[in-house]
Ligand binder design. Structure first.
Ligand code: LRH
Ligand code: MN
Length: 425
């Protein structure tokens, strides 16, 4: 089978019969919770998550960027790697891009190349944090000319999105101040709103603007978009095409992100997620690798709202935003997709009727145990069954390792072919 200019060995799905993975005992337990195997499989089939182009290139910390042999260094290599993740998981046909890290001359050719290898270009991320001009901010800068420059970059990204067939602009601002008094916080807020209104007016019908927040870094006194409330207020002032993006690494320690998700769903303004995990700050580690119960609670809020017909649930953009500084990048992405599928699968197994009864009977621990029972259910057999029914290997990581892709690209791709664009890479 040929894809682009490289032959990818045909995937020999392991000879596994349908229904082999899910014993009748498991199926009965599901039934006991009001869940059918077919219903579970159908829900998993509808779930997809975007991978970030920047997760395939070299990345690091301010201390060091380690170069990974064969790491993708430009968009087509990043897409080729993303196609591997899609091949073994079937859950991530979309790839988010970052401009200018992924800038190309012919976006139609990129769209064509992506579809040839079974992908589509997802969210377009403007970059308003790497230009010298943005030392004091971009859309909040006190100099109107700098704000205009930033607005023009976002409008360029809107045009790129139109060319590649993407319906999402995913905007994060590094804007903020480092010292009290450095700038007037109310005037910055008004500049931000005015700038965003100019951007919003440039959005074609149907295109969404997702407003990401982060409580600190690189600003260390005040960040102009520090929390979900500020992003929500801006989205509400702008209009229905603007929503809030929740990056799971962007909250103060101890924040209950599941509650933020519940609130945004109830407001109908949850635009999407940048999934990753952290122990300390914005660590951008593999989602679900440090606190899988937190991720489960987030999906529990989404499934609960969906079960009650919440319309916002069908409009959530699921995306991964990570940097793989020491671990193999493609395998890390596959593991991330598996971890998200696992959290979602467990949330689908909550007995919602019994949970509601326990909640409204004040049965505190009874209600808690409903979630605990779902979280502690080993969903691997169910996910294996789901993958086998799609003609895929039940174990995506094993399937990828068996492909020899990593060894081949390490041979084929010139060592320092150029920077992935990541700071310091
Ligand atoms: C900022 C952020 C943002 C991206 C960047 C790569 O911390 O989460 O979403 O633009 O990481
Ligand atoms: Mn992010």
């Amino acid at each position: 089978m040929r894809r682009g200019n490289r032959s990818i060995p045909a995937q020999k799905p392991a000879i596994v019969r349908q229904g082999e993975y899910v014993s009748s005992e498991i199926e009965n337990r599901l039934q006991g919770r009001g869940v059918t195997l077919d219903g579970f499989i159908a829900a998993m089939q509808q779930f997809s998550i975007e991978t970030p182009s920047w997760g395939y290139g070299d990345s690091g910390t301010r201390f060091k960027v380690f170069h990974w042999p064969g790491a993708a260094s430009h968009l087509r290599e990043k897409l080729a790697d993303a196609a591997q993740v899609q091949r073994v998981t079937g859950a991530c046909p979309g790839v988010a891009i970052h401009i200018p890290w992924d800038r190309e001359d012919d976006w139609r050719a990129v769209k064509e190349y992506a579809s040839q290898i079974g992908l589509r270009i997802g969210a377009v991320n403007p970059n308003l944090f790497q230009d010298d001009a943005y030392r004091f901010g971009s859309l909040c800068h006190f100099d109107k000319a700098i704000r205009q420059r930033a607005i023009e970059h976002i409008i360029e990204c809107i045009h790129i999105a139109q060319e590649v067939g993407s319906g999402v602009i995913s905007l994060w601002l590094a804007d903020g101040t480092n010292y009290p008094g450095q700038d007037d916080l109310r005037r910055r807020r008004r500049r931000l709103l005015e700038s965003l209104q100019t951007v919003y007016a440039a959005l074609p019908a149907g295109m969404r603007l997702l407003i990401e927040y982060k409580f600190f870094e690189p600003a260390f006194y005040a960040t102009d978009l520090p929390d979900w409330g500020t992003s929500l207020l801006m989205a509400q002032k702008l209009g229905p095409q603007a929503d809030v993006l929740v990056d799971t690494g962007h909250h103060p320690q101890g924040t209950n992100i599941a509650q933020i998700v519940a609130q945004l769903l109830d407001e109908g303004r949850l635009g999407g997620f940048h999934f990753n995990d952290r122990r300390y700050a914005d660590d951008d580690l593999i989602v679900g690798s440090q606190n899988p119960f937190e991720l489960f609670c987030i999906f529990n809020e989404i499934v609960s709202a969906g079960a009650e017909g919440n319309a916002n649930v069908g409009r959530i953009e699921y995306m991964i935003d990570q940097s793989h500084n020491i671990e193999p990048k493609i395998e890390a992405m596959i593991q991330s997709v598996i971890n998200v599928q696992t959290a979602y699968a467990k949330a689908l197994l909550v007995d919602r009727t019994a949970l509601r009864e326990a909640q409204e009977a004040g049965d505190v621990l009874g209600a808690y145990r409903m979630l605990q029972a779902a979280f502690e259910t080993d969903v691997r057999p169910l996910l294996s069954e789901f993958r086998v029914r799609q003609g895929r290997d039940p174990d995506p990581v094993a399937a990828f390792r068996a492909s020899g892709y990593v060894e081949r690209v390490a041979r084929e791709r010139p060592a320092s072919a150029g920077s992935s664009g990541y700071p310091g890479a």
